[in-house]
Design a protein around this ligand. Structure first.
Ligand SMILES: Nc1nc2c(c(=O)[nH]1)N[C@H]1C(S)=C(S)[C@@H](COP(=O)(O)O)O[C@H]1N2
Ligand SMILES: [Mo]
Length: 344
């Protein structure tokens, strides 16, 4: 009898099971009227969705081109804030690894191919970020305005719900600085973030089963927490598209999907908003989605994680190691996991 390579339970959460694959498969099958027997040929089917090959327009090594025009390129030589360290046993993930392994479903669900499609995104010369809703001063900011904020570099741990992890240097400023500009009203209790939806340049948006644009939300105190960062750069230069140029949120104590990319809108709200992932799969992706090793995702354990740089398997840390800074925000009203329903 043949021996099958038995995957460690570990492997499941990674390449084999991106966030929505299970669900997405069923959607795809329904959409195309295919039976279960067609599952095996999904790989072939996936190549119809725009993330297929063809001649490679990228020259060797061109994987991290900043998405914004050169005019802003010199603003990223900022100093590192020493307060944010990775911890003894962790090292920075090499850029060649971190920037070639991404989740950005608007491009493709294939993590190792996002960067190729993203590098073909046209150079961004103009961008508008709207800050609106329950604010005294609604704002619309362009790239110039955004580069007017004082930036710093922070080393953060980053943990995807699929169980891969990395450590990267982000350049940017705390979200609270940005929110202050718009003067949130006291009735504002939540912040909702909307990503760009650029169908002409994001081939993954043709996939069936998702409702775009991508959006996420935070409770007001989480949004104002010092850790919640607006990142315009990574590895000391302006953001390449695959990481969410020209700016994205980073919430390092939460699973990665709570860090939306390529923001075009920030809304301050009185009512609790939904999220892209909650709408897609409510049983699996809740409002809080804090990294909590003892609370399994419905389809896999969260006790371990894999470092994409070193390949090391290690224990997942509560709140991804940021408990001292954030645990105080959660005193019984946090839903237990990504998968335990929406919120209390
Ligand atoms: N707009 C948008 N933002 C997104 C996603 C996405 O698909 N679209 N994926 C999320 C997920 S699941 C993760 S793990 C992180 C990955 O960030 P990185 O590719 O910069 O490492 O981005 C998050 N933000
Ligand atoms: Mo993720």
């Amino acid at each position: 009898m043949a021996h099958f390579h038995r995957k460690k339970p570990w492997d499941l959460g990674d390449e084999a099971t991106p966030e929505a694959v299970y669900w997405n498969r069923r959607e795809i099958l329904r959409e195309f009227g295919l039976g279960a027997i067609a599952v095996a040929s999904l790989g072939a089917l996936a190549s119809c969705f725009g993330d297929s090959t063809g001649p490679d327009p990228l020259s060797e090594g061109a994987f991290n081109r900043p998405a914004i025009g050169a005019a802003f390129g010199d603003r990223y030589g900022v100093s590192r804030n020493p307060k944010y360290t990775l911890g003894e046993d962790r090292e920075l993930t090499p850029e060649t690894v971190g920037s070639k392994y991404n989740n950005y479903y608007e491009f493709t669900t294939a993590k190792n191919r996002v960067w190729r499609l993203a590098q073909q995104y046209p150079t961004i010369d103009e961008w508008r970020l709207e800050i609106t809703g329950a604010v005294e001063k609604p704002l619309e900011l362009g790239l110039d305005d955004l580069h007017g904020f004082e930036m710093e570099e922070r080393l953060y741990r980053f943990r995807c719900v699929e169980r891969w992890a990395m450590q990267v240097p982000w350049t940017g400023f705390p979200l609270s600085t940005l929110l202050d500009r718009a003067k949130p009203l006291s009735k504002a209790k939540y912040v909702r973030f909307t990503s760009v939806a650029d169908r002409d340049h994001m081939p993954g948006m043709k996939q069936p089963g998702f409702t775009w644009p991508y959006f996420e939300s935070l409770r007001m105190d989480e949004a104002r927490d010092e850790l919640t960062f607006v990142a315009l750069g990574i590895y000391g230069h302006a953001m390449p598209m695959q990481h969410g140029a020209p700016l994205r949120i980073v919430t390092p104590w939460k699973y990665g999907y709570k860090s939306p990319k390529s923001l075009v809108k920030i809304e301050l709200l009185e009512e609790e908003p939904s999220s892209f992932w909650y709408d897609a799969q409510p049983s699996e992706y809740g409002l809080y989605s804090n990294v909590r090793p003892k609370i399994p995702h419905p389809r896999w354990s969260q006790r371990k994680e894999r470092d994409i740089g070193t390949g090391e398997e290690r224990d997942t840390l509560l709140y991804n190691g940021y408990g001292e800074m954030v645990a105080g925000m959660y005193t019984g009203n946090e839903d237990l996991s990504a998968g335990s329903g929406w919120s209390s």
